[in-house]
Design a protein around this ligand. Sequence first.
Ligand code: FEO
Length: 397
Amino acid sequence: MKALQISPHVYWVGAIDWNLRDFHGYATTRGTTYNAYLVLGKKPTLIDTVKKAFYPEMLSRIKSVIDPKQIEIIVSNHAEMDHSGALEQAVADFEPSAVYASAMGVKNLIAQLHPSFEIKAVKTGDKIDLGDDTLSFVEARMLHWPDSMLAYLEKENVLFTNDVFGMHLATSKLFDDENDENIWMQEARKYYANIILPYSDIVMRFLAQVQQMGLSPKIIAPDHGFVWRKDPSSIVKLYGEFAAQKPTNKAVIVYDTMWGSTEKMAQAIADGLRQNGTTVQLMSMHACHRSDVITELLDAGAILVGTPVLNSNIYPAMADVLCYLKGLKKKNLIGAAFGSYGWNGAPIDGVTKMLEEMGVEIVSQALKCCFVPDENMLTQCEELGKLVSQKLAEKLN
Ligand code: FEO
């Protein structure tokens, strides 16, 4: 397998994981890449490694341009196993003179690898002389782990951003301008919603910091997806928009159903929302994945959550998606709960409480239906949809 050149002295030596379909709970329907980069200068330097199982692919690509023993420096920008999984093997085989990570990276790599080799800590502003270029570091704490860091190759103007500005997209096309924008835009949104969203305030501060530092990279090289060469500023701009979490006139109805009653309620609520001009995305957890729900919520202004009651509890699939959404901390949502029950409607009120705990502004108490909705109940559902639409319009104006 061959290394691919991305700039005069930088080669992509990563791996493509065409078959990955689950990244800790996130449905990676288009697979992913684990990008590693080799800077070929006076001091050959490897930026990140790959997931452990993909080490042979990375090694083969490195060998296509250099004897791996010539690698003097390895930088580990992030201690998550999709990037650091092959680090131990790489150090054993290449015997570099130094391995660098952020201070938190050193701590986390020690806890993961229990290494016999030394890892040196670097911080924002630190520089390493590579002989014919300089590598400097920018810590990116909580984007998305405490150890996350970026590395910047100064003369060549390449910013290695690890998880930041990436996407889970397996592609043989290495650059932004070679990939279909309709596809990458979907995957960029999905990646932000599922990985970066809880840290949106930090993203805002980070983007301001990068601007203050005057960084204007010619190439942005993330560790997932492709390399941004035509217009690196496009993904930076998108991050600013995603992080703002500006609501639109769109509602997402997330529900599951046992015998069809909660589904009938969901459809009547959707009808009420549409009548008042709100765009609706109806998402049955029979048909949709939790990671697609949060992606749809990225630009939404309202969430309605419907659940049947099973064994005095909410439906298992609803517990799953609510737990997932809670962790991702989407802001700027209004909402309400609804659902069908047989003899104990209290768990549906519990969903209202869960939404409150997620920071959702509740616009109505839970709408509960005993068994099967009649015309009167369906009218109440429609009215709930209209109410949410009205409250959303007030918020947007
Ligand atoms: Fe791509 Fe946080 O790992």
